[in-house]
Design a protein around this ligand. Structure first.
Ligand code: G6P
Length: 472
């Protein structure tokens, strides 16, 4: 039976070396959390990096077997590869450019060379797994060259690609010295998917301007093949979050937090540490709320979870320092013996504890400067079965296209941001319930399973379409 080979830079399981030996834990980030629910079906396999450097061949064999038993095939990367391909080209060139932070981007030929070499390494790892009838589904910006590499090796293969981050305007993309190679790499796929029509339009415009290919209704005519492009807003495993929030454990945890916080109202913020997430702006907006509406002083607390991420990349280390300082400054200025304005956690939380935080939070602040989709917004909505809670969402998150019943804000507009916080805190229960109901229906319906089905159906259709065009 044909299988699907999922390929991404990071596996959904992260292997770590601790004093007690190797540990296997879920990875952070939207891609791993989103797709984590589905890859085990039908003999599928997920190819990717397990997140640690090998010490010896015994370790390699042990990890390969352990992950293999859970449908994963590891691609091991060296420290030099991680430095140049992952921290370098992926996260210091592509990530800032695609998120509209070109001032943070570096353009190092050595990083580019490593990016090409590691994409080649992934290509070999996939070819070792994929049989002739299998479908290959490549994910995200770390592997933009992989579709064309796979196509060269297997001209008949069915290859899909999905980008989990924004695709920037042509004016941003054209700054990259390797823009043409990157677009050509993607065009090896049969179907290229984006979260929104906006990202898709940017991609089509870049293909027209830089490669000169004709595009009509999401079909790109290259000299040799036809490639289909479409928008597929990614969803979450809705029931999993509903159940986690309803579980006894979450209810008990919530009670413990409640006791500790006293009567304080709770605003929640959860992100990976990233300059795209607008964490510093969010802190400033919260401070502005206390300044403009002193009645909230000692009445509202911000619980801010920042999950460590990419700490070897200079911009991330600098941001960590900025956040530490901001939290310190605001807390020292406003705190009282019985009240803390900001409860700041710099670590990841297991799902059970996240579920209790979602339950607890009367307001969720999801206010990125740019975000491909943002699944935290959807997780919060799914967790609010009692119809109480307000989502404040940045208009620059992909999720804002669907969750239009959230309070939408522009994260650079601090006053608007602080006003939305106030509005959320005084919103009548009825309005909260109405807004949540509309959003919950949408998040329930367009979940990660329907997302996968839609993408896979389109991929099959793209093959049929190509066949028809070729025989016409
Ligand atoms: C985003 C990206 C993913 C990435 C995740 C975590 O969601 O789209 O590709 O895996 O961040 O980042 P990391 O660099 O730790 O894999």
């Amino acid at each position: 039976m044909p299988r699907t080979i999922i390929v991404s830079n990071r596996l959904p399981t992260k292997v770590q070396r601790t004093d007690d030996g190797l540990t296997f834990q879920p990875s952070e980030g939207g891609l791993a959390t989103g797709l984590g629910s589905i890859y085990r079906q039908d003999g599928n396999v997920w190819v990717g990096w397990p997140g640690l450097f090998l010490e010896d061949a015994t370790e390699e064999q042990y990890i390969t077997e352990a992950l293999g038993a859970d449908s994963m095939a590891p691609v091991f990367l060296t420290e030099a590869e991680i430095q140049d391909y992952y921290e370098g080209f992926s996260n210091s060139t592509l990530w800032p450019t695609f998120h509209y932070f070109p001032q943070f981007a570096t353009y190092e030929p050595a990083h580019w060379a490593a990016y090409v070499a590691v994409n080649e390494k992934f290509c070999q790892a996939v070819l070792a797994q994929a049989g002739p009838g299998d479908t290959i589904w490549v994910h995200d910006y770390q592997l933009l060259l992989l579709p064309a590499m796979l196509r060269a090796a297997r001209p008949e293969a069915t290859i899909g690609f999905f980008l989990h981050i924004p695709f920037p305007s042509y004016e941003l993309l054209r700054v990259l010295p390797w823009r043409t190679e990157l677009l050509q790499g993607l065009l090896g796929a049969d179907l290229i998917g984006f979260h929104t029509f906006g990202y898709m339009r940017h991609f089509l415009s870049a293909v027209t301007h830089l490669l000169g290919h004709a595009t009509t209704n999401g079909l790109i005519e290259t000299p040799t093949r036809t490639v289909l492009v479409d928008a597929f807003p990614m969803g979450i495993d809705y029931e999993r979050f509903v159940e986690a929030a309803a579980a006894d454990e979450a209810v008990e945890h919530e009670e413990v937090y409640r006791q500790a916080l006293g009567t304080s109202r709770v605003v929640l913020s959860i992100d990976r540490l990233d300059y795209t997430k607008g964490i510093a702006q969010r802190l400033l907006a919260f401070e502005l709320l206390l300044l403009r509406y002193p009645e909230w002083v000692s009445q509202v607390s911000l619980i801010m979870v920042v999950v460590p991420s990419r700490d070897q990349v200079p911009q991330y280390a600098a941001l960590k320092q900025e956040i530490d300082e901001l939290v310190g400054r605001i807390n020292s200025q406003y705190r009282t013996i019985g009240w803390n304005p900001i409860h700041y956690f710099y670590r990841s939380f297991p799902l059970e504890e996240l579920a209790s935080l979602y339950r607890l939070a009367e307001v969720a602040l999801v206010t990125p400067m740019r975000d491909g989709m943002n699944l935290v917004a959807k997780e919060y909505v799914a967790s609010k079965a009692d119809g109480r809670g307000v989502l404040i969402l940045s208009e620059r998150a992909g999720a804002a296209r669907e969750l239009s019943d959230a309070l939408l804000i522009n994260p650079t507009d601090l006053v608007g941001h602080a006003e939305a916080l106030h509005q959320a805190l005084v919103m009548p229960a009825e309005e909260q319930a109405q807004r949540l109901e509309a959003m919950r229906a949408l998040v329930k319906r367009y979940n990660v399973f329907s997302w996968t089905r839609l993408f896979m159906d389109q991929l099959t259709y793209s093959k049929i379409k190509q066949h028809t065009l070729a025989t016409d």
